[in-house]
Ligand binder design. Structure first.
Ligand SMILES: [Zn+2]
Ligand SMILES: [Zn+2]
Length: 140
């Protein structure tokens, strides 16, 4: 199945694409992702940062903060519509994490891990066939 990585924010001003192979698809339950997305978790697709192409960079805003791990996280969003688009994490150098909801085609998406499960909302149930990390896979 072709894993086509092409996406945009809600208003379409920021477009992203990558011809790289997705390195991971993770569901992140950390409190920062809950706050940033305004919902229960993020679904992120990790690609090599150098493979990520961004159109409409003039609309791209950055919130540089700390992740739940305490390491630096640069969260990129569209300044026009507010959609989170991708993040770059100090804990995962060389990777960019695209918010999966921005992708045009999500038919191939299959998360291969859950992380920050300790911070998850209480109604979430976790699958038994993929790893569920209490924090992030790097800290364990
Ligand atoms: Zn936008
Ligand atoms: Zn997170």
């Amino acid at each position: 199945m072709e894993k086509k990585i092409e996406g945009s924010c809600l208003c379409g001003n920021v477009k992203i694409s990558s011809d790289g192979e997705p390195q991971m698809t993770a569901v992140c339950h950390c409190k920062s992702c809950q706050k940033q997305t305004g919902t229960a978790f993020s679904i992120v697709v990790g690609v090599a940062e150098h493979s990520l192409q961004v159109e409409g960079v003039e609309f791209l805003g950055e919130f540089a903060g700390q992740g739940d791990s305490g390491s630096k996280v640069s969260r990129k969003f569209c300044k026009n519509c507010g959609s989170p688009v991708f993040s770059v994490l100090e804990a995962f150098p060389g990777a960019a994490f695209i918010k999966a909801g921005t992708l045009e085609d999500t038919s191939w998406l299959a998360p291969n891990m859950h992380m920050w499960c300790d911070a998850s909302q209480p109604w979430i149930s976790f699958p038994e066939d993929i790893p569920c990390f209490a924090k992030n896979p790097v800290s364990e």
